[in-house]
Ligand binder design. Structure first.
Ligand code: ZN
Length: 341
């Protein structure tokens, strides 16, 4: 095989073709307005809470998966390995951060505030000192997170009872801008109702793995859930600024969800059109994002890095069925607003 580099004359020779450790899956998304599109996972666990992975393992797998940043968000209240690991709540971030230093990779310090419903679980990101969030009353933990300038995400609103409920506590925390983002996709679950909350409360759309084991063991050859962040610069500060500005799109299993003013330019940046004969048009997808398009009641599949020929819709409108801007609302773009080839 051409990809094998072997020298059988040596006493020992490497089976290099089996080693994927330093091979990264590149995710191509063109982007717009000069933003850096950073692929991020804001919800991961390590052995320092109830995960099965040492913190630097989180960094290597995320780098291999094509991500630019992860948040380490171990549970404050649920640390099953405490008997063997005496590190404090900042330790897993510190270990991950040292591993990331060599790799042009960003680690965000965080924790998961872990309580029963109605409050449920909240991630606090960009913390200065996670230990100060360990309080009996979760509202005191939230107050401390705010004091430290944290970005706060309402995690998996449909877990563990398979019901997605907006309790009064969430209405209050959303209204007073204590919660800044909501997970609409978590692990392997999708919460369509939460898209409406993101859209109506103007919160950041978040998709995250909440991974406890390895990502390979869950997602195999599929893209893990991730949040696309449209940042002015590739840095911790750049991600933080973009999150607070709400410039995110959630991506999982070929579905994209986000505010229309972000999702629309993102989709346009991925596509190029070319007029064809007989009222047809070719659309080329330059990205690694798939699209399902409807125009004049005709449905088309436009996979990653492919071209599809479609009929020009008489009403000049294309609907992107896998791009959601509200629970029951898909993104539509006039044909003449798509860039020409
Ligand atoms: Zn979690």
């Amino acid at each position: 095989m051409a990809d094998k580099i072997q020298n059988r004359k040596k006493d020992v020779y490497e089976l290099t073709h089996l080693n994927h450790l330093f091979i990264r899956n590149e995710i191509t998304i063109p982007g717009f307005d000069g933003y850096q599109i950073l692929k991020c996972d804001f919800h991961t666990h390590t052995v320092f809470s109830d995960g099965l992975v040492w913190p630097d393992g989180r960094i290597y797998e995320a780098w291999q998966d094509g991500l630019d940043a992860v948040a380490i968000t171990d549970h404050i209240e649920h640390r099953i390995n405490k008997e063997w690991l005496n590190g404090d709540l900042n330790e897993s971030y510190k270990i991950a951060s040292r591993a990331a230093d060599d790799m042009d990779f960003i680690v965000i310090p965080g924790v998961e505030i872990t309580r029963d419903k109605p409050l449920g679980h909240l991630n606090a990101l960009f913390l200065q000192d996670a230990n100060l969030l360990e309080k009996e009353d979760p509202m005191d933990s939230i107050a401390e997170a705010r004091k430290q300038g944290a970005f706060i995400i309402w995690n998996h609103p449909g877990w563990p009872d398979h019901r997605v409920s907006l309790y009064p506590i969430h209405e209050q925390l959303l209204a007073d801008n204590t919660i800044h983002g909501i997970e609409i996709m978590n692990y392997k679950d999708f919460y369509p109702q939460a898209i409406h909350w993101c859209a109506s409360f103007k919160k950041a759309f978040i998709a995250a793995t909440d991974i406890h084991c390895t990502t390979l063991s869950v997602y195999r050859n599929h893209l893990r859930p991730l949040t696309l962040v449209f940042a002015k610069e590739k840095s911790l500060a750049g991600i933080r600024e973009a999150l607070f500005a709400g410039r995110t799109v959630a991506l999982f299993d070929g579905t994209l969800a986000g505010q229309e003013n972000i999702l629309s330019p993102l989709v346009k940046s991925c596509l190029k059109t070319k007029p064809m004969k007989n009222s047809c048009m070719a659309i080329t997808n330059q990205s690694d994002l798939p699209f399902q398009i409807t125009g004049a009641d005709q449905h088309y599949l436009l996979p990653e890095r492919k071209t599809v020929i479609i009929m020009l819709p008489p009403d000049n409108l294309l609907t992107f069925e896998n791009c959601l801007i509200d629970t029951d609302l898909t993104l539509s773009i006039p044909v003449d607003e798509l860039p020409f080839q």
